[in-house]
Design a protein around this ligand. Structure first.
Ligand code: ZN
Length: 268
Protein backbone atom coordinates (compact mmCIF):
# COMPACT_ATOMS: atom_id res chain seq x y z
CA UNK A 1 0.00 0.00 0.00
CA UNK A 2 1.26 3.48 -0.77
CA UNK A 3 1.94 5.81 2.16
CA UNK A 4 -0.02 8.56 0.38
CA UNK A 5 -3.27 6.62 0.32
CA UNK A 6 -5.61 7.62 3.14
CA UNK A 7 -6.22 5.24 5.99
CA UNK A 8 -9.21 3.09 5.01
CA UNK A 9 -9.75 1.02 8.12
CA UNK A 10 -11.16 2.08 11.46
CA UNK A 11 -9.16 2.30 14.67
CA UNK A 12 -5.61 1.26 14.01
CA UNK A 13 -3.23 -0.50 16.37
CA UNK A 14 0.46 -1.15 15.71
CA UNK A 15 1.64 -4.74 15.56
CA UNK A 16 3.29 -4.93 18.97
CA UNK A 17 4.26 -8.60 18.60
CA UNK A 18 6.23 -7.67 15.50
CA UNK A 19 7.78 -4.71 17.35
CA UNK A 20 9.01 -7.01 20.12
CA UNK A 21 10.32 -9.53 17.60
CA UNK A 22 12.19 -6.72 15.81
CA UNK A 23 13.76 -5.58 19.09
CA UNK A 24 14.92 -9.13 19.83
CA UNK A 25 16.29 -9.61 16.32
CA UNK A 26 18.19 -6.35 16.67
CA UNK A 27 19.60 -7.34 20.07
CA UNK A 28 21.13 -10.45 18.46
CA UNK A 29 23.15 -8.35 16.01
CA UNK A 30 26.60 -7.49 17.36
CA UNK A 31 27.05 -3.75 17.04
CA UNK A 32 29.18 -1.99 19.63
CA UNK A 33 30.20 1.61 19.02
CA UNK A 34 32.10 1.99 15.71
CA UNK A 35 30.81 -1.38 14.41
CA UNK A 36 27.17 -0.59 13.62
CA UNK A 37 27.25 -1.39 9.87
CA UNK A 38 25.43 -4.72 10.29
CA UNK A 39 22.61 -3.03 12.17
CA UNK A 40 22.34 -0.38 9.46
CA UNK A 41 22.13 -3.14 6.81
CA UNK A 42 19.34 -4.86 8.79
CA UNK A 43 17.27 -1.67 9.00
CA UNK A 44 17.80 -0.81 5.33
CA UNK A 45 16.56 -4.27 4.33
CA UNK A 46 13.43 -3.83 6.44
CA UNK A 47 12.75 -0.40 4.94
CA UNK A 48 13.26 -1.72 1.42
CA UNK A 49 10.89 -4.63 2.05
CA UNK A 50 7.91 -2.35 2.79
CA UNK A 51 8.55 -0.06 -0.16
CA UNK A 52 10.38 2.84 1.44
CA UNK A 53 11.97 4.73 -1.48
CA UNK A 54 15.69 4.12 -1.10
CA UNK A 55 16.50 7.61 -2.38
CA UNK A 56 14.97 8.90 0.89
CA UNK A 57 17.51 6.83 2.85
CA UNK A 58 20.95 8.27 3.51
CA UNK A 59 24.02 7.24 5.49
CA UNK A 60 26.02 10.30 6.50
CA UNK A 61 29.76 10.65 7.08
CA UNK A 62 29.73 11.01 10.88
CA UNK A 63 32.25 8.17 11.14
CA UNK A 64 34.68 10.15 8.95
CA UNK A 65 34.41 13.11 11.33
CA UNK A 66 34.43 11.14 14.57
CA UNK A 67 37.78 10.76 16.35
CA UNK A 68 36.77 7.14 16.98
CA UNK A 69 36.37 6.27 13.28
CA UNK A 70 33.80 3.54 12.74
CA UNK A 71 32.46 1.40 9.91
CA UNK A 72 29.32 3.45 9.19
CA UNK A 73 27.78 6.87 9.67
CA UNK A 74 24.29 7.72 10.92
CA UNK A 75 21.28 6.30 9.06
CA UNK A 76 18.75 8.95 8.05
CA UNK A 77 15.31 8.52 6.48
CA UNK A 78 13.56 11.71 5.43
CA UNK A 79 9.94 11.50 4.34
CA UNK A 80 7.70 14.26 3.00
CA UNK A 81 4.39 14.57 4.80
CA UNK A 82 1.10 13.28 3.47
CA UNK A 83 -0.57 15.88 5.68
CA UNK A 84 0.60 19.39 6.55
CA UNK A 85 2.42 20.02 9.79
CA UNK A 86 5.82 20.77 11.28
CA UNK A 87 8.51 18.20 10.60
CA UNK A 88 9.04 15.71 13.42
CA UNK A 89 12.30 13.88 14.08
CA UNK A 90 12.30 10.45 15.71
CA UNK A 91 15.65 9.06 16.74
CA UNK A 92 17.44 6.25 18.57
CA UNK A 93 21.05 5.08 18.71
CA UNK A 94 22.37 1.96 17.02
CA UNK A 95 25.37 1.04 19.14
CA UNK A 96 25.46 -0.96 22.34
CA UNK A 97 28.15 -1.19 24.99
CA UNK A 98 30.74 -3.97 24.56
CA UNK A 99 29.28 -6.27 27.19
CA UNK A 100 26.26 -6.82 24.93
CA UNK A 101 28.33 -8.76 22.38
CA UNK A 102 27.01 -12.32 22.26
CA UNK A 103 23.56 -11.37 23.53
CA UNK A 104 20.96 -14.10 23.16
CA UNK A 105 17.59 -12.55 24.06
CA UNK A 106 14.83 -14.82 25.34
CA UNK A 107 11.33 -13.92 26.42
CA UNK A 108 10.36 -15.03 29.91
CA UNK A 109 6.81 -13.95 30.70
CA UNK A 110 6.64 -10.21 30.32
CA UNK A 111 10.40 -9.80 30.36
CA UNK A 112 13.18 -10.19 27.81
CA UNK A 113 16.49 -11.38 29.21
CA UNK A 114 19.81 -12.46 27.78
CA UNK A 115 20.16 -16.23 27.94
CA UNK A 116 23.90 -15.72 27.91
CA UNK A 117 24.86 -14.80 31.50
CA UNK A 118 28.12 -13.32 30.21
CA UNK A 119 26.42 -10.66 28.08
CA UNK A 120 24.18 -7.67 28.56
CA UNK A 121 20.88 -7.44 26.73
CA UNK A 122 21.48 -4.44 24.50
CA UNK A 123 17.96 -3.14 25.02
CA UNK A 124 19.78 0.20 25.25
CA UNK A 125 19.14 1.18 22.60
CA UNK A 126 17.92 -1.58 20.29
CA UNK A 127 14.45 -1.29 21.80
CA UNK A 128 14.42 2.36 20.67
CA UNK A 129 15.76 1.37 17.26
CA UNK A 130 12.92 -1.15 16.96
CA UNK A 131 10.31 1.38 18.16
CA UNK A 132 10.98 3.93 15.44
CA UNK A 133 11.58 1.25 12.80
CA UNK A 134 8.13 -0.12 13.70
CA UNK A 135 6.69 3.36 13.13
CA UNK A 136 8.09 3.43 9.57
CA UNK A 137 6.92 -0.10 8.78
CA UNK A 138 3.41 0.59 10.06
CA UNK A 139 3.17 3.83 8.08
CA UNK A 140 4.09 2.13 4.82
CA UNK A 141 2.18 -1.10 5.37
CA UNK A 142 -1.05 0.65 6.32
CA UNK A 143 -0.72 3.89 4.36
CA UNK A 144 -1.01 5.93 7.52
CA UNK A 145 -1.25 9.69 7.04
CA UNK A 146 1.67 11.53 8.57
CA UNK A 147 3.32 14.96 8.74
CA UNK A 148 6.85 15.41 7.38
CA UNK A 149 9.05 12.92 9.26
CA UNK A 150 12.75 12.38 9.73
CA UNK A 151 14.04 9.14 11.23
CA UNK A 152 17.57 9.20 12.59
CA UNK A 153 19.50 6.17 13.80
CA UNK A 154 22.79 7.41 15.23
CA UNK A 155 26.13 5.68 15.75
CA UNK A 156 28.60 5.95 18.64
CA UNK A 157 26.21 7.32 21.25
CA UNK A 158 28.01 5.40 23.97
CA UNK A 159 31.30 7.16 23.18
CA UNK A 160 30.49 10.77 23.13
CA UNK A 161 27.83 10.94 21.63
CA UNK A 162 29.84 11.25 18.44
CA UNK A 163 27.08 10.14 16.06
CA UNK A 164 24.70 12.96 16.89
CA UNK A 165 27.56 15.42 17.38
CA UNK A 166 28.77 14.91 13.81
CA UNK A 167 25.42 14.29 12.12
CA UNK A 168 25.00 16.02 8.76
CA UNK A 169 22.32 18.43 9.96
CA UNK A 170 21.36 19.61 6.50
CA UNK A 171 20.09 16.08 5.79
CA UNK A 172 17.52 16.26 8.59
CA UNK A 173 15.15 18.72 6.91
CA UNK A 174 15.02 21.23 9.79
CA UNK A 175 12.67 19.36 12.14
CA UNK A 176 10.65 21.50 14.51
CA UNK A 177 10.19 18.78 17.10
CA UNK A 178 12.29 15.76 18.06
CA UNK A 179 11.91 12.67 20.20
CA UNK A 180 14.81 10.48 21.21
CA UNK A 181 13.96 6.92 22.30
CA UNK A 182 16.79 6.39 24.76
CA UNK A 183 15.31 6.70 28.19
CA UNK A 184 13.03 4.65 30.35
CA UNK A 185 9.45 3.67 29.68
CA UNK A 186 6.98 5.73 27.68
CA UNK A 187 5.51 7.09 30.93
CA UNK A 188 8.54 9.33 31.40
CA UNK A 189 9.94 12.13 29.26
CA UNK A 190 13.31 13.75 29.90
CA UNK A 191 13.35 17.39 28.85
CA UNK A 192 16.97 18.28 29.60
CA UNK A 193 20.12 16.78 31.00
CA UNK A 194 23.59 17.93 31.92
CA UNK A 195 26.34 16.98 29.50
CA UNK A 196 29.86 15.74 29.93
CA UNK A 197 33.18 16.15 28.22
CA UNK A 198 36.69 14.85 28.66
CA UNK A 199 39.73 17.06 28.44
CA UNK A 200 43.34 15.91 28.56
CA UNK A 201 45.61 18.71 29.77
CA UNK A 202 49.37 18.41 30.04
CA UNK A 203 50.98 20.77 32.51
CA UNK A 204 54.76 21.18 32.24
CA UNK A 205 56.76 22.72 35.06
CA UNK A 206 60.24 24.19 34.96
CA UNK A 207 62.95 22.04 36.51
CA UNK A 208 65.43 23.65 38.86
CA UNK A 209 67.69 22.32 41.59
CA UNK A 210 65.89 22.35 44.89
CA UNK A 211 69.05 23.25 46.78
CA UNK A 212 70.85 25.57 44.30
CA UNK A 213 68.09 27.69 42.76
CA UNK A 214 64.66 26.67 44.05
CA UNK A 215 63.23 30.10 43.12
CA UNK A 216 63.70 29.32 39.41
CA UNK A 217 61.60 26.16 39.50
CA UNK A 218 57.94 25.99 38.69
CA UNK A 219 55.93 23.09 40.04
CA UNK A 220 53.60 21.48 37.52
CA UNK A 221 51.43 19.89 40.17
CA UNK A 222 51.08 23.22 42.00
CA UNK A 223 50.06 24.94 38.75
CA UNK A 224 47.55 22.20 38.00
CA UNK A 225 46.18 22.52 41.51
CA UNK A 226 45.78 26.28 41.22
CA UNK A 227 44.14 25.95 37.79
CA UNK A 228 41.67 23.38 39.08
CA UNK A 229 40.90 25.56 42.09
CA UNK A 230 40.22 28.55 39.84
CA UNK A 231 38.11 26.45 37.53
CA UNK A 232 35.85 25.45 40.40
CA UNK A 233 35.73 28.79 42.23
CA UNK A 234 35.13 30.85 39.09
CA UNK A 235 32.35 28.66 37.86
CA UNK A 236 33.95 26.90 34.91
CA UNK A 237 32.29 23.70 36.02
CA UNK A 238 29.00 25.40 35.35
CA UNK A 239 26.47 27.39 37.29
CA UNK A 240 23.85 24.96 38.45
CA UNK A 241 20.44 26.56 38.20
CA UNK A 242 17.08 25.12 39.03
CA UNK A 243 14.27 25.63 36.60
CA UNK A 244 10.79 25.01 37.91
CA UNK A 245 8.10 23.94 35.51
CA UNK A 246 4.65 22.65 36.37
CA UNK A 247 5.52 18.99 35.82
CA UNK A 248 8.77 18.63 37.72
CA UNK A 249 11.97 20.33 38.77
CA UNK A 250 15.27 19.54 37.11
CA UNK A 251 18.74 21.08 37.03
CA UNK A 252 20.07 22.85 33.97
CA UNK A 253 23.58 23.99 33.36
CA UNK A 254 24.65 27.22 31.72
CA UNK A 255 28.23 26.27 31.04
CA UNK A 256 29.57 23.68 28.63
CA UNK A 257 31.94 21.91 31.02
CA UNK A 258 29.41 20.88 33.64
CA UNK A 259 30.01 17.34 34.80
CA UNK A 260 33.27 17.14 32.89
CA UNK A 261 35.85 14.50 33.55
CA UNK A 262 39.18 16.24 33.77
CA UNK A 263 42.36 14.27 33.39
CA UNK A 264 45.36 16.33 34.32
CA UNK A 265 48.79 14.91 33.66
CA UNK A 266 51.69 16.72 35.22
CA UNK A 267 55.37 16.56 34.36
CA UNK A 268 58.45 17.83 36.22
ZN1 ZN B 1 21.30 4.63 25.21
Amino acid sequence: MNAKEPLKVGPWEPNLDRALELAMQLMRIPGPSCSEAEVVAFIRAKLDAVGVPMEAVYVDAANKMSPAGGDTGNLILKLPGTIRGPRRLLMAHLDTVLICLGCSPVRIGNYVESANPESGLGADNRSGVAAILTAVLEIFEHGLPHPPLTFLWTVQEELGPFGSRYVEKRRLGKPRMAWNWDGRGPHRITLAATGGDTLHIKVHGIASHAGGAPERGVSAIAMAGLALHEMVTKGWHGDLLTLSIPVRTFPICSRPFCGSTWTVRTKA
